[in-house]
Design a protein around this ligand. Structure first.
Ligand SMILES: Cc1cc2nc3c(=O)[nH]c(=O)nc-3n(C[C@H](O)[C@H](O)[C@H](O)COP(=O)(O)OP(=O)(O)OC[C@H]3O[C@@H](n4cnc5c(N)ncnc54)[C@H](O)[C@@H]3O)c2cc1C
Length: 268
């Protein structure tokens, strides 16, 4: 579908001006980030305006003390983590398309990935947004406080597939640590903590070819707990029991392996 007109917006004022004009003239408009959405929400209208946000790609602020980043909507998901990494933080929502999809698209789709099993979806990591409503008015929803008072209008916008307005800025919550996908050693340390494992047991599990160590990753344990319908405290207990059992198994494997090696060395 070819749009009637394409606008490559570079700031919030331009988005507001275009949307206000569309409202005045009764012309439909569609917001577009990187165009990876699978539900087709960014498909243009042949008689309408396609408001492309990919030029609005500036990270406006990274505040490690407040654990926040303020970004324009066209910022690529993985670029938030890249900007936060030197401060010891990352942005947890990690859709598989994170190398290309935009924060605006993530907000509109409430996107998520493997980390979200443990840390929640986009809706749990957006503190506030600046929004240009379909009538061209500009408003800010949410606050930088952990829990905003009043109606959760921000929650209504997140996941609304661009139907409630165009997000022109987002304040994101940063998570302390490293995106585990990037750093296998961080995965193991986190896994030990999450599964409540003794680091020595964890080291044993890792030295058994790394296979058992990978099995007790927080993601896998969370998936396993969810698969058997265990959540909350039940899920925690499940993760601990499975984590300990696998760690114990790894230790036994090491002992048997060690004994076999010693016997093979002693016997002629
Ligand atoms: C290979 C691949 C893997 C994927 N993996 C995942 C995954 O693991 N998890 C997941 O959740 N999704 C996944 N997706 C889907 C998609 O990447 C996400 O939904 C992503 O959030 C879309 O972002 P985008 O910038 O491409 O948005 P677009 O496709 O451009 O737009 C998506 C929707 O958001 C609206 N929108 C875009 N920008 C704004 C804005 N600034 N303000 C208001 N509305 C806006 C559009 O109007 C449209 O309705 C995957 C897609 C692909 C192609």
């Amino acid at each position: 579908m070819v749009p009637g007109l394409v606008v490559l917006a570079t700031d919030s004022d331009e988005v507001q001006a275009v949307v206000a004009l569309c409202h005045e003239l009764g012309v439909p408009f569609v917001a577009r980030g990187s165009g990876t959405g699978l539900s087709g929400g960014a498909l243009p209208h042949s008689e309408g305006v396609l408001v492309v946000l990919s030029q609005m790609r500036r990270i406006l602020d990274v505040d490690p003390v407040a654990q926040r980043a303020v970004v324009q909507p066209g910022v690529i998901n993985l670029d938030v983590t890249a900007a936060a990494k030197p401060h010891g933080y990352y942005y947890a929502p990690d859709p598989s398309s994170q190398q290309i999809c935009s924060i605006g698209g993530n907000v509109a789709e409430n996107s998520g990935g493997a980390h979200c099993l443990e840390y929640g979806f986009t809706t749990n990591h957006v503190l506030s947004v600046e929004l240009v409503a379909p009538d061209g008015s500009r408003t800010r929803l949410g606050t930088t406080a952990p829990d905003a008072p009043g109606y959760d209008l921000l929650g209504t916008v997140i996941g609304s597939e661009g139907t409630l307005g165009v997000v022109t800025e987002a304040t994101l919550k940063l998570t302390q640590g490293t995106a585990e996908r990037d750093d296998p050693s961080a995965l193991q340390v986190t896994a030990a903590g999450q599964a409540g494992l003794d680091p020595a047991l964890m080291a044993a599990a890792n030295s058994s070819g790394g296979v058992l160590g990978k099995m007790v990753s927080p993601q896998n344990l969370a998936i396993a707990a969810a698969a058997v319908g265990m959540t909350g405290r039940e899920g925690d207990l499940f993760r601990k029991v499975v984590g300990w059992s696998l760690g114990f198994l790894a230790l036994m494997c090491l002992l048997v392996l060690g004994q076999t090696t010693v016997l093979a060395w002693m016997l002629p």
